[in-house]
Design a protein around this ligand. Sequence first.
Ligand code: MG
Length: 356
Amino acid sequence: MLDLTQLPVTHPTGQYAVLVGADLLPNLAEHAHIRGPIALITDSNVGPLHASRCGEVVCVVTIPAGEQHKTLATVQTIYDELLAAGIDREATVVALGGGVVGDVAGFVAATYMRGIDFVQCPTSLLAMVDASVGGKTGVDLPQGKNLVGAFKQPTAVLADITTLQTLPSAEFAAGMAEVVKHGLINNSDLFERLEIGDWRLTNQSPIGNLKSLVATAIAVKRDVVQEDPFEQGRRATLNLGHTFGHAVEQVSGYRVRHGEGVAMGLVAAAHLSAQLGYCDAVLQSRIEAVLQAQHLPTHIPAEFEPKAIYQAMFSDKKKASGKLRFILLRDVGDVFVTGDVAETAVLATLTAVQSA
Ligand code: MG
């Protein structure tokens, strides 16, 4: 008997299950209840490692790895390959890879022949805990990230923990930033377990520890998204650390990884919350300690000017009506959204959390 955790996800148009376990890919069709042909979309990093483990598929489309290929041009090449392979509406698109593959393949599934079934097999920690719930797909334009896209709910998500063992350790750490964020948003038990270190988490951890971590982190996102499927309120809290983090990523010319930006952003969010009197200053130290244990950065590199980061925050599409929104903390597991933070307070925080 497989040791499998099933998380049911309800969304506005139906429901599906996220399956978390080891060695799920060899029985992909069975686990995901796919009856028709499978078109597997993967990238040049993940394909060579895992595509051949996925059982029988009609075609494998391999896109070049990297965010710079999350474009309409890549989508066009995938349409071409699907047509050449005779893929029709009876088929299922399966995304095998990290966040970029999931976003691109999901957008293809949402649009190809007006939409065909979609199954996600996230192979990075970040994609497992972040992208397997929510239904967001899309591509970047030269003008900015994720400017074209669609909501496309999968019919199943298989988080095969075995794939984490081939994930580069820096990518594993980047995913841990979102796990820490999920603990801070809605699960103090998850955060405290990370604090105690009882999971001793690396990508070489025992499968049982990883499975428990991944399932717990996914459940946090599921609960938040289910409560607010149309992103009108509570769901915004998933952006904890992201207003700062996205701006740092952007100012760095995307040399700072998303997870690294989020890690710095979580520290900044805690600093700002304490500065404004919402939480105890010790919360920032607790967050720093958890992030450091995962080898994540806790300070914004000094080369990035606070004013430049502040400016970059305004180009993030997630700002509401020209106003910056911040997610602030009252305590672990207790966060709220506010649009009411003075520029001077933000700049003070950006200065305070810079590395010396
Ligand atoms: Mg994120």
